[in-house]
Ligand binder design. Structure first.
Ligand code: ATP
Length: 580
């Protein structure tokens, strides 16, 4: 598939590639005329030269050089342009592809790893398509044309003898090329590990500082930098050997030319002009042979990159929409029918035998220890991860039979950590609507009790997050996330996944009042929380423990059971009394 990417691109831009090949080919044929003209010019000195002849040769050289430069420029520009188009297309394709994949994929691949593909592999392929093709064309045409000129117009024996050392260049390339390729991969991997560490450290800079961990982090970073240095130096050694051997071989070739060519000239087998032209031709041949080496390196490097990109693009989204999606009912109960779910590679199930019915327009509270399975339940309902068939229904419709888009319109989800994009606060609330309605945004912000805080910001709703060091507290982020969910007025179900954990009790009350209004309009609410005060609106409360429902009922019923809920209630009421 990786090679198909390139093949399809060639096919799509065949005309332009043909134009480039023809331009470079003709340019190189023209270029090899230059030494021949110089040789002729020198020989003219023996036969008697006139000022008119000098002007004639100068003009001929000027015209030929201009033609060469023009044609070569067209070829090189076209190939460079096409490679840049390919690079841009490939980056877009990767990004679009990643957007189709689920969260699980990103928990298995670090951002640093994925970025290194965009930053290293894509340019490596572009380099093959630009520099690689360009140099190949130059090398092939120039080498072939030079060979024809030296054999046809100068001397076959001299050509063959002088070429022997030069022909060892490909041997050197074959021996050292794979080693260089392997080492460059090692360097790339160590770079990717460093970028992962940098990202992790900078993202958790607050934690590092608060725990005084700077020295340990610095040491970890130094180890990574040292590894990069060692690996890079090994690469430098290999590259230097490679680069040194090639001039050595060409030096030997020149020595042979001087000896044998000088001998032939002395015996008048070739003219002085031909001898001079030959040395120029020989120097012209060294470059294509070195280019063959470079090209092999570039292609080897890029074929590894192409392989990696191929693996990335072949990653299939696990969750797919049905071919004929069903439409969700306007109002329907959410039913979990003996739902059990285990994450891949996990030795125990996150949810076990969940049987529950949430009537439309009701409020369900969910409480449970960390790791009890609350978020997993919400993620399954949103089909961020796929529930087993026949386990989650809205009305009579299995949520696997509807499109994910309609499911996400139907359900507004507020995560615990509201993520903020580096957009304005207003755009963050309206996300993903492209043209936000300011009045609606203001209303949502007011209902989420964040309006005053936003109005106090330097540019109000237009303040860009992250600019001028603008950072928001955990509670403010949660309120923006809630405002974002309130913008989805079409949603029938709202899930708050522990999203009141960082707000104070006054804000909690304001938000619960808003939620009450939404409930009065007939919306279904699912509120998970560690803090029972956030569940005071709930009609029913479910207690999850280790993936199982251990208690279920109204607040009063649960208190009467004297179980987990009652104990938690006692602890939290005591805490709040002491606080008061
Ligand atoms: N992507 C994942 N891969 C493997 N196991 C996971 C994954 N996400 C969660 N788990 C596991 O599934 C179980 C339930 O996790 P979940 O996040 O649903 O709990 P939770 O009740 O929401 O916890 P918290 O209150 O801390 O948010 C835990 O044992 C957790 O380690």
């Amino acid at each position: 598939m990786g090679h198909r990417l390139v093949r399809d691109f060639f096919r799509e831009h065949l005309r332009q590639y043909l134009l480039a090949i023809a331009s470079i080919g003709i340019a190189k044929v023209i270029q090899v005329q230059i030494p021949f003209i110089i040789g002729e010019f020198i020989d003219q000195f023996h036969q008697g030269i006139t000022p008119i002849l000098i002007e004639h040769y100068a003009l001929k050289l000027a015209v030929i050089s201009a033609l060469y430069v023009g044609l070569f420029g067209v070829g090189q520009f076209t190939i460079g342009k096409l490679a840049r188009i390919f690079e841009g297309n490939l980056r877009q394709r990767l990004f679009q592809h990643w957007e189709t994949l689920e969260l699980e994929y990103f928990s298995q691949h670090t951002v640093g790893d994925l970025l290194s593909h965009v930053l290293n592999d894509v340019p490596a392929i572009r380099q093959a398509l630009a520099g690689g093709i360009n140099q190949s064309l130059q090398a092939i045409f120039l080498f072939a044309a030079t060979l024809v000129m030296t054999i046809k117009d100068i001397n076959l024996g001299l050509t063959l003898v002088s070429l022997i050392p030069l022909l060892l260049i490909p041997v050197v390339v074959v021996k050292l090329g794979p080693k260089i390729r392997h080492q460059s991969r090692v360097v790339q991997e160590s770079l990717s590990r460093m970028s992962d560490l940098t990202e992790e450290s900078l993202q958790s800079i607050r934690l590092i500082k608060s725990t005084g961990n700077e020295v340990i982090e610095r040491r970890r970073f130094t180890t990574k930098v040292d590894t990069i240095y060692d690996n890079s130096m090994q690469l430098v050694r290999l590259n230097t050997t490679f680069q040194a051997l090639i001039p050595l071989l060409s030096g030997i070739s020149f020595a042979i030319t001087l000896m044998y060519g000088g001998y032939l000239t002395l015996h008048h087998d070739i003219s002085i002009g031909a001898f001079v032209a030959f040395t120029v031709y020989l120097s012209m041949m060294v470059r294509p042979l070195m280019q063959f080496g470079n090209v092999i390196n570039i292609f080897q490097n890029s074929s590894a990159s192409l392989l990696r990109i191929q693996v990335l693009l072949e990653a299939e989204p696990q969750i797919k929409d049905p071919l004929m999606p069903r439409v969700l009912p306007q109002k329907g109960a959410i039913t979990f029918r003996d739902l059990s779910f285990c994450y891949d590679h996990s030795d125990h199930c996150a949810l076990q035998h969940i049987r529950l019915r949430i009537p439309p327009g009701s409020i369900l509270g969910i409480v449970g220890r960390t790791g009890a399975g609350k978020t997993t339940l919400a993620r399954l309902l949103l089909r961020e991860i796929d529930p087993p068939p026949g386990t989650i229904f809205i009305g009579d419709t299995d949520i696997r039979d509807v499109s994910r888009e309609s499911l996400r319109d139907y359900i507004a989800y507020v995560p615990q950590d509201g993520f903020l994009f580096s957009l304005s606060i207003g755009q963050n609330i309206a996300f993903p609507l492209p043209e936000p309605d300011l009045q609606k945004i203001q209303q949502a912000a007011s209902e989420a009790n964040i309006l005053a805080a936003i109005q106090a910001m330097p540019e109000g709703f237009s303040t860009i997050v992250g600019e001028h060091g603008l950072t928001l507290s955990g509670g403010q982020r949660q309120r923006i996330a809630i405002a974002r969910a309130l913008m989805k007025t079409q949603s029938q179900v709202i899930i708050l996944d522990d999203s009141l954990s960082a707000v104070d009790s006054v804000t909690e009350s304001v938000i619960l009042d808003t939620l009450k209004k939404l409930h009065d309009q007939g919306r279904t609410l699912i509120i998970t929380s560690h803090r029972l005060s956030a569940l005071r609106l709930a009609d029913h409360i479910m207690v999850l423990d280790d993936g199982e429902i251990i208690e279920y009922g109204t607040h009063a019923q649960l208190l009467a059971q004297h179980g987990f809920y009652a104990r938690l209630y006692a602890i939290q009421s005591q805490g709040s009394e002491q606080h008061a």
